[in-house]
Design a protein around this ligand. Structure first.
Ligand SMILES: [Zn+2]
Length: 276
């Protein structure tokens, strides 16, 4: 008797499995690309990225990300659920941690700004997939308007540029953290899904004291194009690493690598910064 073929369930990406290991294996995402490749400001680590993918090293967490998620949830109208799922927002005595009190003020402040609220009034947390040079990507859009792709960023400081040693330049927070890469991918995947090439807008609000800075930042097309060429150039290697066909390199400076670092000798002070 012929054996019945097992029915293989097709993986369908949705909001409940968007961040799952299965989704991350099947699709590239901007955060995964940044984990492997790095940004101008934050070097990547292929080995750690791979360990994250295999569930051997925790995904990024921490208070700043949690505050961002809190504000995201407010805009999405899912704040109650978010609070329920994150008891770490509260101190042991049950009082809301200062970061979230600050976030509440930030929410109040952006609510008073009609233009900010307009940009955040699009369709929320829109999931799309597409292909860039034959490689599948997934994206999740904070606010999709008919004429713009909007991403909400809660940042430490909006107007301060940061020094990037590798390129000998001070960079704005957008390129420092690789949000230009996010914009490039989002613009392309949205174009594939809707036929429209839309501008990428960052609805930014800062945690600066005593008043947050707000800005609606359109990322220049030239920066998006530059970022896209890096993505097209460097994603094939990442895919090969994910498939196990290429060996991931180790950065030796990220927390995961540092955990296993064993000193093998002394280093000359003048050479210390050339080690990477
Ligand atoms: Zn590393």
């Amino acid at each position: 008797m012929a054996k019945k073929k097992p029915i293989k369930k097709e993986f369908v990406l949705n909001s409940s499995n968007y961040y799952s290991a299965e989704a991350d294996k099947k699709y590239m995402s901007v955060s995964q690309f940044k984990d492997f490749h790095g940004t101008y400001g934050i070097p990547g680590c292929e080995r750690t990225a791979m360990m994250r993918l295999l569930g051997l090293y925790p995904k990024k967490e921490g208070l700043p990300l949690l505050v961002g998620g809190y504000v995201d949830a407010w805009f999405e109208g899912t704040l109650d659920l978010f609070v329920e799922n994150h008891p770490e927002m509260f101190r042991k005595d049950g009082v809301l941690k200062a970061d979230f009190v600050k976030a509440d003020y930030l929410i109040q402040r952006v609510q008073e700004d009609p233009m900010f609220m307009y940009y955040m009034s699009g369709e929320k947390q829109v999931i799309m997939t597409g292909e860039i040079d034959g490689i599948p990507w997934k994206i999740k859009i904070d606010s999709l308007l008919p004429d713009a792709i909007v991403d909400l960023k809660i940042v430490a400081e909006i107007n301060k540029r940061k020094w990037v040693q590798d390129i000998g330049e001070y960079l704005d927070f957008v390129r420092y953290w690789g949000y230009d890469m996010q914009g490039a991918v989002y613009q392309e995947i949205v174009r594939q899904n809707t036929g429209k090439k839309l501008p990428f807008i960052i609805a930014a609000a800062s945690k600066e004291e005593p008043e947050p800075v707000m800005e609606l930042i359109e990322v220049d097309q030239v920066y998006l194009d530059e970022a896209m060429s890096i993505i097209r150039n460097d994603t094939p290697r990442i895919v090969e690493i994910k498939k196990g066909n290429e060996e991931p390199t180790q950065c030796n400076i990220c927390p995961c690598c540092r955990k296993e670092k064993v000193l093998t000798g002394t280093v000359l002070l003048s050479q210390m910064f050339n080690q990477r």
